[in-house]
Design a protein around this ligand. Structure first.
Ligand code: DC
Length: 217
């Protein structure tokens, strides 16, 4: 089983890279952020204020959140498009800050990793520290603030300055989940193409696996 963890801030390009690497290696792509987004959608639909941590955690534990084939389901319905919308993005950090919510979703994420005997590329904020701390390779993907804001604006057709402000706020709210794992390799994706980054990670992974086999890991 091969497991790669890719963590980093919003807009660093984690999803694109994780998907491309998973395809290249024939592994499952586990998007942990999608679980937090589905949880936030369940909380919005229940009309609960995320400031009420106890009720929020109860709603999330009772929600049927599942991922397969790159799609997210909530209580059996496909919500992949809904979880990417601005309503969910506005509240997801608050929902993700609740420890009981995190504990429940980490279980579901680990189950998804375990579903593929070949392994997985796990993407998020705490993949290398919490979800798969025994990953063969742990990467912290960064990009310059300007590049991150440009990417977000291009994705959403929004304004770059507004995206830059929003990213600063999200970094602050997501900081609790963003510790660097032991042995993590920092990769700056600012000026690299996805193909170059995939090659870089494939080489890093090969070196790690060889080092482990030779007892140097
Ligand atoms: O990566 P994303 O934008 O889809 O993440 C959505 C939110 O969930 C974001 O506010 C950070 C949070 N998140 C988290 O706290 N832990 C993770 N492992 C993944 C995402």
């Amino acid at each position: 089983m091969t497991v790669v963890a890719i963590d980093g801030p919003s807009g660093a390009g984690k999803s694109t890279l994780a998907r491309a690497l998973a395809t290249r290696l024939g592994l499952r792509h586990v998007d942990t952020g999608a679980y937090y987004r589905a949880a936030a959608l369940a909380v919005l639909r229940a009309g609960v204020d995320p400031a009420d941590a106890t009720t929020t955690a109860k709603v999330v534990r009772g929600a049927g959140i599942a991922r397969s084939g790159g799609r997210t389901r909530l209580d059996g319905a496909d919500v992949e498009d809904d979880i990417r919308g601005p309503e969910v993005t506005a509240v997801v950090s608050d929902v993700a800050a609740i420890p009981e919510v995190r504990a429940h979703l980490v279980h579901l994420q680990r189950d998804e990793v375990g579903d593929d005997p070949a392994g997985a590329v796990v993407e998020g904020r705490d993949a290398g520290t919490v979800v798969v701390p025994d990953a063969d390779l742990k990467v912290w993907l960064t990009a310059s603030p300007a590049e991150r804001a440009l990417r977000r604006a291009a994705e959403r057709g929004g304004d770059v300055a507004a995206e830059a402000d929003a990213l600063v706020r999200r970094d602050r709210r997501d900081a609790h989940a963003m510790a660097r794992a032991d042995g993590v390799v920092e990769v700056d994706g600012t000026d690299a193409t996805v193909e170059q980054l995939v090659e870089r990670l494939v080489t890093l992974l090969r070196d790690r696996v060889t080092a482990l086999a030779e007892g140097r890991g």
